[in-house]
Design a protein around this ligand. Structure first.
Ligand code: ADP
Ligand code: MG
Length: 199
């Protein structure tokens, strides 16, 4: 059935270049990408081809030099900075290769951090964090700090944190890049399972 509903993500004509002294590197030259809700897409290319640059722009962490990004129908770069920050916090989840977990905080506190930043009620944020840790198979590890967890477990905590706000869009930049083959495969499987369940 045809639908006029906006897609989850529509990126059109994305341009991005970097200046290195006198040289200019055109990294993105009119990149287009469209995704529907529930869809999973992988962006593949050699190191230095611009994957991270594109993901940062899709995640609104960086601005393109040209082109537009609509997420859930919202022209994100048309938003003023505070509205964009709120949109990013509520609608976009991130999982990076280096998980950026905060070492001083437990797994549970790391997962609920987006809720604390958004000034959500602490008890509800804690419940939600526990729920998500159970979903990624780490219910028993809630009180552990990142250094007490394996690399694969740390990445699952990062995945739970990325899902905290119930984002419409989750962006993962080489989330398995630091994992061995077995852990990488199980994180992939988990991401597919969660994408279906949270659709
Ligand atoms: P990938 O993630 O595919 O490995 P990147 O998006 O990180 O590639 O980088 C693409 C190109 O852009 C590389 O040549 C990189 O050196 C360059 N680049 C990325 N970010 C910057 C920046 N902030 N300043 C200058 N050059 C950059
Ligand atoms: Mg990269």
């Amino acid at each position: 059935m045809a639908s006029d509903a906006p897609g989850l993500l529509e990126a059109r004509g994305i341009e991005r270049e970097f200046r290195m002294g006198p040289a200019r590197i055109r990294v993105l030259r009119g990149a287009d990408l469209a995704l529907q809700a529930g869809q999973i897409a992988a962006i593949m290319g050699p190191s230095g081809s611009g994957k991270s640059t594109l993901l940062h722009i899709l995640g609104t962490l960086d601005r393109p030099d040209g082109g537009s990004v609509r997420i859930e129908g919202v022209d994100v770069f048309g938003l003023a900075a505070p509205a964009l920050a709120a949109f990013r916090n509520q609608r976009i989840g991130f999982v990076f290769q280096l998980h950026h977990l905060l070492p001083e905080f437990t797994a549970e506190e790391n997962v609920m951090m987006p809720g604390l930043i958004a000034r959500r009620a602490r008890a509800r944020a804690r419940d939600r964090a526990r729920e998500l840790l159970a979903e990624v198979g780490l219910a028993e590890r809630a009180e552990h700090k990142p250094a007490e967890l394996s690399g694969g477990e740390q990445q699952r905590v990062a995945l739970a944190r990325g899902l905290f706000a119930g984002p419409g869009l989750v962006l993962a930049d080489e989330p398995t890049g630091n994992l061995d083959a077995d852990n990488a495969r199980s994180l992939h499987d988990l991401m597919y399972t969660l994408a279906r369940r949270h659709r």
